[in-house]
Design a binder for this molecule. Structure first.
Ligand SMILES: [Zn+2]
Length: 129
């Protein structure tokens, strides 16, 4: 079995990011084994450090709305407005399609990596074991 230690400072006081995160990122253990509670800004910073990767947002609803409005304006004579809305709908389609691909293909990989990511309580180094 490989040794669980920080590759940077060789401390064995490491914790899984997912577990630190589930504990609300409110507790870490110092190198001499004491538990410390972190509050305020420290908590937000630690929570950010150990937070899982974020999914990308899709805007399918807004895209459908813009597309529908574009069709409405195009047929009602306000051609320019329709064209502008059409372009917005197209760009929303592009970004949502990209986000959906990321969430489907890349996100599970990043999430699995995160599950195996540890944080060192001594130097704050993050690494995958
Ligand atoms: Zn370390």
């Amino acid at each position: 079995m490989e040794k669980f230690m920080c590759p940077h400072c060789h401390s064995e006081h490491i914790q899984k990011c997912s577990i630190v995160y589930q504990n609300g990122a409110s507790q870490i253990t110092t190198s001499n084994g004491e538990e410390v509670r972190i509050i305020g800004e420290g908590l937000t910073q630690l929570a950010q450090q150990v937070a899982p990767p974020a999914k990308k947002e899709t805007h399918w609803g807004a895209m459908i709305l813009c597309g529908g409005l574009a069709a409405l304006f195009l047929t009602s004579g306000l051609f320019i407005v329709g064209v502008i809305l059409g372009f917005i709908a197209l760009s929303l389609y592009g970004s949502s399609d990209e986000a959906a691909k990321f969430n489907k293909e890349k996100y599970p990989i990043l999430y699995n990596q995160w599950l195996n990511t540890y944080i060192c309580n001594r130097c704050g180094n993050k690494f995958i074991l």
